[in-house]
Design a protein around this ligand. Sequence first.
Ligand code: UD1
Length: 421
Amino acid sequence: MAKYEIHGGTPLSGTVTISGAKNAAVAILPAALLVKGTCRIENVPDISDVRILLDILEGVGAKVSRPEPGVVEIDSSGPINTSPDEHLVKQMRASYYLMGALLGRFGKAHVALPGGCNFASRPIDQHIKGFEMLGADVIYTDAYVDLKPSEFGLQGNRINLDVVSVGATINIMIAASLIPGQTIIGNAAKEPHIVDLANFLNTMGARIYGAGTDTVKIRGVNALKGGTYAIIPDQIEAGTYLAAVAATGGNVLVQNVIPKHMECITTKLQEMGARIINYDDSIRIQSNGHLRYTTVKTRPYPGFPTDMQAQICVCMSRAAGFSRLTESVYETRFFGYCTELQSMGANIQINGKTATVIGVEKLYGATVEAHDLRAGAALVIAGLVAEGTTIVENVHFIERGYENLVDKFTGLGASIRRLED
Ligand code: UD1
């Protein structure tokens, strides 16, 4: 298993370029199955989740090519198998979007339950409810989901989500794009990648309105045509580099970002003492590494993202005073990294949904294990801050979602290298 070796203590400086958004890419790539024609998708991050997804799409019969770095072309006009490879589907979370795509285009799907980062129990009951409300007969076992039209056929409908779910909002949008009639999703999630998916589908001929608000309307169309689309920059990757600079100190230009998407994160870093300067599509962060305490509660967008919980926790662990960090999306997320941070000297006390983080003078290098993608990224930041050498094990989790992380941090002056066992 690969690991990273990090020698901490160097302030970061220079410029880092953010890649296309992972969570947009893993929705848009399967949504290309809806299109009878070729989709050219640009700004696709080269990460393992994308590679697995492209293997799945090829496996079901789509023609997939990569004409140049960052660009993927998918042609789903030939015959498509509606039972994707179980082994591949189980390797990632977002493979559940194959359900919506295959149901919408072909009226049926047989998809194994997804795998991916298991930092919490991750139910899909709202996805299933959505498919049923769209007129599907659903068999949902502990191994797979099987979808076919009910005796009344597939038909648009009003679907009110019981919880604000990114995944369910996306899956319903994908399926409903080709299902006759109007679908209205109430209590929809508003994350930037939901807007990005809607923009992609609308570019291909879908009629989706209101993405980015809590009510999304989809008028089903008969067919989608091919086209070209570029994925937005990754909010969480950008947030990870910003948090790293805030914690280590330094002066970095983070480019290829949408500053509006970053406000929920940059305002917190400013409160903690970092200086943030917003430009059109980049953000400069300056920090002397001396941060002060803050309070963070994770919430659906535009709140502070749960996917930044672990990274901000590292900033808090070095910040003067008592910080409070409350998780309201995935309650068990602290367990993926807090023990590791404690072994590096962090003072974190967890009480249910809230962690109290008491800032310490120093973190110390240690051998720690990444248990999921974002937890792993946080341990890298901790290693960059710590005195001495840190080994982060199980970095395959990190490489699910961060393109060229080692090269990007090295470009900022960090001492980090990838070691193969
Ligand atoms: C997506 C992101 C993930 C991020 C999360 C929250 C992708 C591929 N993954 O995950 O990185 O951490 O959003 O921003 O985009 N829930 C239910 N029933 C459901 C679905 C969700 O109860 O059917 C609950 C979950 O347990 C959780 C909350 O709703 O408490 C939000 O989950 P959701 O937004 O669906 O997360 P994911 O789409 O899995």
